[in-house]
Design a protein around this ligand. Structure first.
Ligand code: FES
Length: 159
């Protein structure tokens, strides 16, 4: 999802309209918007609030409570690093620190060049061969600092 993408508020309004009568509609609406736009555009908050008869602060509170919801467009690639126990035992904390330094952003952040967003994940089913990561939908196991660098470099070269 590009950084300069125009927000399609008409489509977002249709997503809200389709779900607003469901019980507990706020979360399904936020999921639908993020799935469609890649994040929750700020412009959608007042519309959601009005349609669900909530305050903007209430809607914003839910968006910020769940780290899953992005408030800004994601980078071109999303890097998820496993922080669960088995990967921790295999050095994922050091890999995390390396990724944060190399990308210049924290978890839930996006590198300045817009290429990569960094996210935490809790178990990718590769516990015996950690540290494990996902880049977009590709799973990688036994990821050393050097391997991460190579994977990022390869992604930078892919349009
Ligand atoms: S703990 Fe990392 S893959 Fe299971």
């Amino acid at each position: 999802m590009g950084k300069h993408q125009v927000v399609d508020m008409e489509h977002i309004a249709s997503l809200i309209a389709a779900q607003k009568t469901l019980p507990g509609a706020l979360l399904p609406i936020l999921h639908a918007i993020q799935e469609s736009a890649g994040y929750i555009p700020a412009e959608s908050v007042p519309v959601i609030a009005q349609e669900l008869n909530l305050s903007r602060a209430e809607v914003h509170g839910v968006i910020s409570f769940y780290h899953y919801f992005r408030q800004h467009p994601a980078g071109r690639h999303v890097v998820q690093i496993c922080r669960a126990e088995a990967c921790q035992a295999r050095g994922s904390a050091a890999l995390e620190a390396h990724a944060k330094t190399v990308l210049g952003c924290d978890f839930h952040g996006t590198a300045k060049d817009g290429e990569f967003s960094l996210e935490a994940v809790y178990c990718l089913g590769q516990c015996a061969c950690g540290p494990a990561i996902m880049i977009n939908d590709e799973l990688h196991a036994r990821v050393s600092h050097g391997k991460l660098d190579r994977l990022l470099q390869a992604k930078r070269g892919v349009s």
